[in-house]
Design a protein around this ligand. Structure first.
Ligand code: GDP
Ligand code: IMO
Ligand code: MG
Length: 424
């Protein structure tokens, strides 16, 4: 049984927790897109792991982990992550497989990300400054790209870096009046990266197809959320990869028809980090209640997340383009204590009622939400482990969402821990 997990909103839906739980019965977990902009939280007893590049299955020592072709790898960040796990006696030796085709995020990508965002002022995207956009841009541009495989031939890489950094420095100086960066420094770092990562590098596509032939069970871990997808999200306020489940097959070379089940993860409310339209946003005491109670601060950047009501237009759209079979709805505990809850069922844009999500950012920013209001509940539900033991209004809220998005909700989160999960 192969399963793909994907976020159905703007990221941070709780994918890390769901991947960790479902990984128990898998042989391999695969990260297929994005980079260290992701922050996936896994809570095991008193340990909290924030994973950026390693698949969330990595905390289970019996699971093989793949970082596939379309991931942009920040080697410095990956070293830190591997070392953090090692300090907790979790080793990746012999079970981490990094694609030779994955592109490498280097210091000049992060510099470019930062300089561009600063120069945009109020028009900035609000990126994580992890060099994601510049690295993917170099990949698409081809001429100035560095792949993991380039670490195999340091002589050639030295020349390549010289050319790339000469080009980057011209841009940094001309556009941003910035200090030049040194190709020697970056080359020295790459030598360390080569030492560290050559043992893990392989043809991950061949590895995955062999595993499928051998009857192994694979979990594909999406990063970010469907609304941040470069081609299907709220462009330009998106990330630079195909972060919906549509990116899975292109990201790792396994066709979508080989996946048996697509599980979409959503929160029972909405959040977004960075700029861009957010129709159900509650920039008021309701949003603050959700932020405080749900601890809605970025796993990667620590930024406060923008919070708002559940948007059925968004989640229905993401479920459609993602061929989602079932939904994991997280953070039901967070909205306990509210008198009433709102769910956006449609938008009114330029006088017209719309239920199919418009990805055009200008159009979306004119959307007025049409809400349905349902009663809330006051009870603490963080210890509930059975759907029928939830307060009636909480059960009704879940069923109301199911009805709106026309997909079954099979997993419900009532807290960050593994045990705080209800299966239906
Ligand atoms: P991801 O990027 O989708 O993996 O999500 P993040 O890890 O960035 O953010 C989700 C946050 O919510 C993390 O702090 C999780 O520990 C936490 N979390 C996940 N599910 C639940 C839940 O059902 N209830 C509560 N209260 N917290 C949850
Ligand atoms: P996980 O996997 C939430 C957002 C950034 C910004 C936009 C572009 O933890 O759900 P980028 O650095 O990718 O160029 O930033 O995308 N973003 C995320 N928001 N969760 C994420 O990942 C995100 N990854 C990127 O905040 O708005
Ligand atoms: Mg996150």
């Amino acid at each position: 049984m192969n399963t793909c997990i994907v976020g159905l909103q703007w990221g941070d839906e709780g994918k890390g927790k769901i991947v960790d739980i479902l990984a128990e019965h898998k042989d391999i977990v695969v990260r297929y897109s994005g980079g260290a902009n992701a922050g996936h939280t896994v809570v095991i007893d008193n340990n909290t792991f924030a994973l950026h590049l390693l698949p969330s299955g990595s905390v289970r020592s019996n699971i093989n982990c793949v970082i596939a072709n379309a991931v942009v790898v920040d080697p410095q960040c990956l070293i830190e992550e591997i070392d953090t796990l090692a300090r907790k006696n979790i080793t990746l030796d012999g079970r981490l497989f990094i694609s030779e085709n994955a592109h490498v995020v280097l210091d000049y990508h992060k510099q470019e990300d930062r300089l561009r965002e600063e120069s945009l002022g109020e028009n900035k995207i609000g990126t994580t400054i992890r060099g994601i956009g510049p690295c993917y841009a170099d990949k698409i541009g081809r001429s100035y790209a560095v792949r993991m495989a380039d670490l195999r031939d340091l002589g050639e890489l030295k020349d390549k870096l010289k050319t790339i950094i000469e080009y980057k420095n011209k841009i940094f100086s001309a556009l941003y009046n910035a200090e030049p960066i040194s190709d020697d420094d970056i080359f020295e770092k790459c030598k360390c990266y080569a030492d560290r990562f050559l043992p893990f590098m392989t043809d991950t596509t061949a590895f995955l197809h062999k595993a499928i032939e051998d009857g192994k069970s694979i979990l594909f871990e999406g990063a970010q959320g469907s609304l941040l997808d470069l081609d299907h999200g709220t462009f330009p306020f998106v990330t630079s990869s195909n972060s919906s489940s549509l990116g899975m097959s292109v990201g790792c070379g396994v066709p979508a028809r080989m996946v048996d089940r697509f599980v979409g993860v959503a929160k029972v409310y909405s959040t977004r980090v960075g700029a861009g339209p957010f129709p159900t946003e509650q920039d008021n005491e309701i949003g603050q209640y959700i932020r405080d109670k749900g601890n809605e601060y970025g796993t990667t950047t620590g930024r406060p997340r923008r919070c708002g009501w559940f948007d059925a237009v968004v989640v229905s759209y993401a479920a459609k383009i993602g061929a989602i079979d079932q939904i994991a709805l997280m953070h039901l505990d967070t909205i306990a204590g509210m008198k009433e809850l709102k769910v956006c069922r449609a938008y009114k844009i330029d006088g017209k009622e719309i239920t199919f999500f418009p990805t055009n950012a200008a159009k979306l920013s004119r959307a007025q939400c049409i809400y349905e209001t349902v009663p809330g509940w006051q009870e603490d539900i963080t210890g509930v482990d059975n759907f029928h033991d939830l307060p009636l209004n909480a059960q009704n809220y879940i069923m109301f969402i199911e009805e709106m998005i026309k997909k079954p909700v099979t997993i419900i989160g009532v807290g960050p821990k593994r045990k705080q999960t209800i299966f239906r």
